[in-house]
Design a protein around this ligand. Structure first.
Ligand code: PBG
Length: 327
């Protein structure tokens, strides 16, 4: 008790603070999400996500070379197809844009961990994450074979991990079985296990041109009000064979990250999504906040809540600051 106990003693110098720091960030904690487009020499800034770009395959290789040099060991690829159709056929074409990106990256940077997002919404003309039923609902079981085809096509291209984000029931089991059957039993699955139906995905949908043409995603993504249900989602994905589970978004769902960290013993990822990024960028560009410090504090808070890995659009910038020992 005060005055014997004085918590300020251990805060007096940067060295003491460093000595007793409970949480630290490292560049290898980050997974950088990247958008790949057809063409060459393309580095087109995304208007809703200043500082983020749609990259052609050659530019993607350059970006990843820099990320790897900074100590970011893994990237997550999202594809922007040339054309979209009812069943999202470019998603599972061996000539698809993500497949091209995977092949180029594995040739240029064999040690980089290339993860690919599995979902239909970037590839379907209606923008939903699966195959539509007659009554304009997403047909869960009809979607599973398409997700498996996409995973297998990425596997053939040489991907290091697949990450299903569609939120169909039973997809992890279906994908695990399909991968094992084709000889990819060593390919890990990172499941977007607790993915909430969130307005924080808005800027991403502009970036990937994947906003649903009608309705919304509430019949498959989770209700933001439910934390116990999130645990059931995670539990079922673990039972189906997920190697890593994810909570998404991150900062508005730190309680979900903490619960998941306390309950489950497999690696936990959290996705700091486009809306979280856009808010920090916008306020920073207006001079309303200290953007750099808020960026690092937001990442630290996600790690402290219990995430082992953070998918973040700040990966490159944060890794550079950590390497300069600025944080
Ligand atoms: C695809 C997918 C989305 C995001 C990641 N994978 C969009 C969505 O579900 O609408 C969002 C990522 C972000 O906002 O940064 N289903």
């Amino acid at each position: 008790m005060y005055p014997t106990t004085r918590l300020r003693r251990m805060r007096m110098t940067p060295q003491l603070r460093s000595l007793v720091r409970e949480t630290t960030l490292s560049p290898s904690d980050f997974i950088a999400p990247l958008f790949v487009v057809h063409g060459t020499g393309i580095r087109e800034e995304i208007s809703t996500m200043p500082g983020q770009y749609r990259l052609s395959v050659d530019e993607l290789v350059k970006e990843c070379t820099e990320l790897y040099r900074l100590g970011v060991l893994s990237v997550m690829l999202f594809g922007i197809p040339e054309h979209k159709d009812e069943t999202g056929s470019e998603a599972y074409s061996d000539h698809g844009i993500v497949q091209q990106g995977i092949r180029a990256l594995k040739a240029a940077l064999p040690e980089l961990i290339v993860i690919a997002d599995i979902c239909m919404c970037e590839y379907t003309d209606h923008g939903h994450c699966g195959i539509l039923h007659e009554h304009y609902t997403v047909d869960n079981d009809a979607t599973l074979p398409y997700l498996c085809r996409q995973a297998l096509s990425f596997a053939r291209a040489g991907v290091d991990m697949v990450a299903p984000s569609d939120m169909m029931d039973g997809r992890i089991a279906a994908m695990r079985e399909a991968l094992d059957r084709e000889g990819y039993e060593q390919l890990p699955i990172m499941s977007y296990a607790a993915k909430f139906s969130s307005a924080f995905y808005g800027p991403f949908r502009d970036a990937a041109d994947s906003a649903p043409a009608f309705g919304d995603r509430r019949s498959y993504q989770m209700d933001p009000a439910n934390i116990r249900e999130a645990m059931r989602e995670i539990e079922s994905d673990i039972a189906e064979g997920a190697d890593i589970v994810m909570v998404k978004p991150a900062m508005p769902y730190l309680d979900v990250i903490r619960w998941a960290c306390d309950r489950y013993d497999l690696p936990l990822a959290a996705y700091q999504v486009s809306g979280e990024y856009a808010m920090i960028q916008a306020a920073g560009m207006n001079g309303w906040i200290d953007r750099e410090r808020i960026m690092m504090e937001s990442l630290l808070s996600i790690k402290r809540a219990g995430a082992d890995l953070i998918l973040t659009y700040f990966a490159r910038e944060a890794a550079a600051l950590l390497r300069e020992a600025k944080y």
